[in-house]
Write a protein that binds this ligand. Structure first.
Ligand SMILES: [Zn+2]
Ligand SMILES: [Zn+2]
Length: 262
């Protein structure tokens, strides 16, 4: 049946027009070659924002001119970018599976804005595979996907972070906890200047009443699709920490890179 469909209605790769043959009922428009070429981030990476550090000098706290991170004392051997050295630490770490390249941008657009939801489990499985060995699942209690505002959810039909978290939950045998709710709509972070991003998000997440007891003293892995400035993840981490979470880390599908990094 699949073979017949391939003949009548061949699905083509988004990037090279090659017909895609697939065992899946709904084949995804990407050929094996382009799938292999999705770029990873080049280590060493900043532990708190997954920025590739390359040959950049990593400043140690005692060499920094601004105050040291004021929540946790970070040992000097942990690789951090200049910004993270100087900012308040919210996470134990942030891990990203891919660099947010043009190909991934096209896929994410098809996934989120054309509402082609089938990318979700495909990307989630790849994300899980890439994160294998990067953290110790047994040390964490829950995977918490970032929520969408209900109107956005209704419009899109699915929450992309939940789709990713479902695959991670399956792969790492960690429970998925929908602990956060988005209490009001926010403007797309990508439309805003860096300085406006935190204000845009202020107070936009809250903890669901019925999950509050689970959050207390727990170790939480936040899950989201794209890391740009990290403002969204930081706001969510803030809320979880205020509610008594012990540790929070971030797992993201892709990390967007500032100019000059790709
Ligand atoms: Zn291709
Ligand atoms: Zn960093």
């Amino acid at each position: 049946m699949r073979g017949l469909l391939d003949l009548i209605l061949p699905v083509k790769c988004l990037f090279c027009d090659k017909p895609v043959s697939s065992k899946n009922i709904i084949p995804l428009p990407i050929c094996a070659e382009h799938e292999r070429e999705l770029p990873r981030l080049n280590p060493p990476l900043c532990r708190l924002c997954a920025l590739p550090l390359g040959a950049r000098v990593v400043r140690r706290p005692n060499e920094a001119s601004s105050p040291e991170p004021d929540i946790k004392k970070i040992p000097p051997e942990v690789p951090l970018c200049g910004d993270c050295r100087l900012s308040v630490v919210k996470f134990d770490f942030v891990l990203a599976s891919y660099a947010y390249c043009d190909e991934l941008r096209t896929i994410v657009h098809d996934w989120k804005f054309n509402s082609f939801k089938y990318w979700g489990s495909w990307l989630g499985r790849r994300m899980a595979h890439q994160l294998e060995g990067e953290f110790v699942p047994e040390k964490w209690d829950y995977l918490v996907p970032l929520p969408l505002y209900f109107r956005k959810l209704r419009q899109r039909g699915f929450n992309q972070a939940v789709q990713l978290a479902e695959q991670l939950s399956y792969h790492f045998e960690l429970p998925l906890l929908k602990a956060l709710r988005k209490s009001h709509a926010t403007r797309a972070q990508s439309e805003l200047k860096f300085s406006e991003r935190l204000a845009n998000l202020a107070g936009c997440f809250c903890i669901l009443e019925e999950q509050k007891s689970k959050v207390v003293d727990s170790s939480i892995l936040l899950v989201d699709d794209i890391y740009t400035t990290g403002a969204t993840l930081k706001c969510a981490a803030d809320e979880l920490q205020k509610a008594g979470a012990n540790r929070v880390a971030g797992l993201v599908l892709a990390r967007s890179l500032p100019p000059g990094f790709d």
